[in-house]
Design a protein around this ligand. Structure first.
Ligand SMILES: CC(=O)N[C@H]1[C@@H](OP(=O)(O)OP(=O)(O)OC[C@H]2O[C@@H](n3ccc(=O)[nH]c3=O)[C@H](O)[C@@H]2O)O[C@H](CO)[C@@H](O)[C@@H]1O
Ligand SMILES: C=C(OP(=O)(O)O)C(=O)O
Length: 420
């Protein structure tokens, strides 16, 4: 089992380049199977285990996926001929469920294992299923999987209202509707930048999707789609993680490629705490820190504060003077990092979905374990700011969303190594 060994206290400084967004590239690779003609070149693909998994999922369905360079993937989906996603792969990564919409649209049927819950919550897929049914698919749930089929007919556009602004359901339904007959209107849709990125790729493939980024998305079905070239947007969560790491160490770090517009809720909170934030068109810089004012943070769908930054923000709050409040309103169980931060000396009390964090003068290094991806990122941030040595276990979670994180952090002055 590998672990990170972090000797805390180094001030981070310099420039770090943000990679393409994991949460954009996963649905984009799922969408690539809608192309019955031509091939796709996807640029700025991060080197992550999740990307490998989705590549394996679509390869097993008949697509050809090839790395053209360290950040470019070639995808040829013309020969996709399977409609059952491989269970062992789907169980490895929840986002594999995103192949259901495109498979249903392209093959007229699809079977994908129920992804189940994970360390952050139960994560049902009822909204995805409601969407497929509204488009005319018959749905069968049993033996741990969901099977959808059109019974020889084409999907039919419809008006669909999501009960929850679900990112995955918005993407899955949007992809299925691309090849449906007529117009689909998706209301109360999620508005994340990754949804806009997916819509841009779909449109480049010949789809007709309008309104992505607002809560009403209109999709006019087309008869066929083709491969297209696309560059993935920068990862706002990764960018936010580097900015918070800089603040935690009182450093000065420029995150090259970060889009400040996508980071608004994170930057607003960092400024409120007293961290200096400088934005330009090529990136964002965080200087000074960790800040001097406690914060009240509530996670919400975009453009609210992202749940995927909650744990990392909490790491910073542990050393801000006064009482900070965090309310996790997106996932019911996303506080697994709290116990680990407490082991490092943090003063945190949980009451239902709210955490009360009373700032301590400093954290102390300890042996801690990542329970999920962002919990892992939070522990790395905490370790970078802590006095003494921190060992972080559970790196397979971190590797899902940050490629070679230790190398990037070392380049900006962190004392961190991976020990196998
Ligand atoms: C690969 C990817 O992009 N993952 C992101 C995506 O996950 P994901 O797409 O799974 O998250 P959703 O937006 O769907 O989930 C939001 C909330 O809605 C609930 N829900 C969702 C679907 C459904 O059918 N029924 C239902 O009740 C979930 O349990 C959760 O409480 O958005 C989350 C919220 O920003 C992020 O934390 C994840 O990093
Ligand atoms: C929760 C996350 O991802 P996933 O939806 O793939 O579990 C995340 O990126 O923080």
């Amino acid at each position: 089992m590998s672990k990170f060994l972090i000797r805390g206290g180094n001030r981070l400084s310099g420039s770090v380049k943000v990679e393409g967004a994991k949460n954009a590239v996963l649905p984009i690779l799922a969408a690539s199977i809608l192309a019955s003609e031509g091939t796709s070149l996807i640029e700025d693909v991060p080197w992550l285990t999740d990307v490998e998994t989705i590549s394996e999922v679509i390869s097993a369905l008949g697509a050809e996926v090839r790395r053209e360079s360290s950040s470019t993937l070639f995808v040829d989906s013309r020969n996709v001929n399977q409609w059952v996603a491989q269970e062992s792969l789907v169980r490895k990564m929840r986002a594999s469920f995103l192949v259901m919409g495109p498979l249903l649209a392209r093959m007229g049927q699809a079977r994908v294992s129920l992804p189940g819950g994970c360390a952050i919550g139960a994560r049902p897929v009822d909204q995805h299923i409601k969407g497929f049914q509204s488009l005319g698919a018959a749905v069968e749930i049993g033996r741990g999987h969901v099977e959808v089929r059109t019974n020889g007919k084409r999907l039919k556009g419809n008006r669909i209202y999501l009960d929850i602004q679900s990112v995955g359901a918005t993407q899955n339904i949007m992809m299925a509707a691309c090849l449906a007959e007529g117009r689909t209107v998706l209301e109360n849709a999620a508005k994340e930048p990754e949804i806009v990125d997916l819509a841009n790729y779909l449109n480049a493939m010949g789809a007709n999707v309008r309104g992505a980024g607002t809560d009403v998305i209109r999709i006019e079905g087309v008869d066929r789609m083709h491969g297209a070239n696309h560059t993935v947007i920068p990862d706002r969560i990764q960018a936010g993680t580097f900015l918070l790491a800089a603040a935690m160490t009182g450093g000065d770090v420029y995150v090259e490629g970060a889009i400040s517009d996508h980071l608004k809720p994170i930057l607003a909170k960092m400024k409120e705490a007293g961290v200096e934030i400088l934005e330009d068109i090529n990136g964002v810089r965080a200087r000074g820190g960790p800040g001097s004012k406690p914060l009240d943070v509530k996670t919400l769908p975009y453009p609210g504060f992202p749940t995927d930054m909650q744990a990392q923000m909490m790491a910073l709050l542990t050393v801000l003077p006064g009482n900070s409040l965090v309310t996790e309103s997106v996932f019911e169980n996303r506080y697994m990092h709290v116990g680990e931060l407490q082991r490092m000396g943090a003063d945190i009390k949980i009451e239902g979905r709210t955490a009360l964090i009373t700032g301590v003068p400093y954290l102390s290094g300890a042996g801690v374990t990542a329970s999920d991806l962002r919990a892992g990122a939070a522990l790395v941030i905490a370790g970078l700011g802590a006095q003494g040595e921190t060992e972080v276990q559970g790196l397979h979670h971190i590797d899902r969303g940050y490629s070679r994180l230790e190398e990037k952090l070392r380049l900006i002055g962190a004392d961190i190594e991976r020990i196998d």
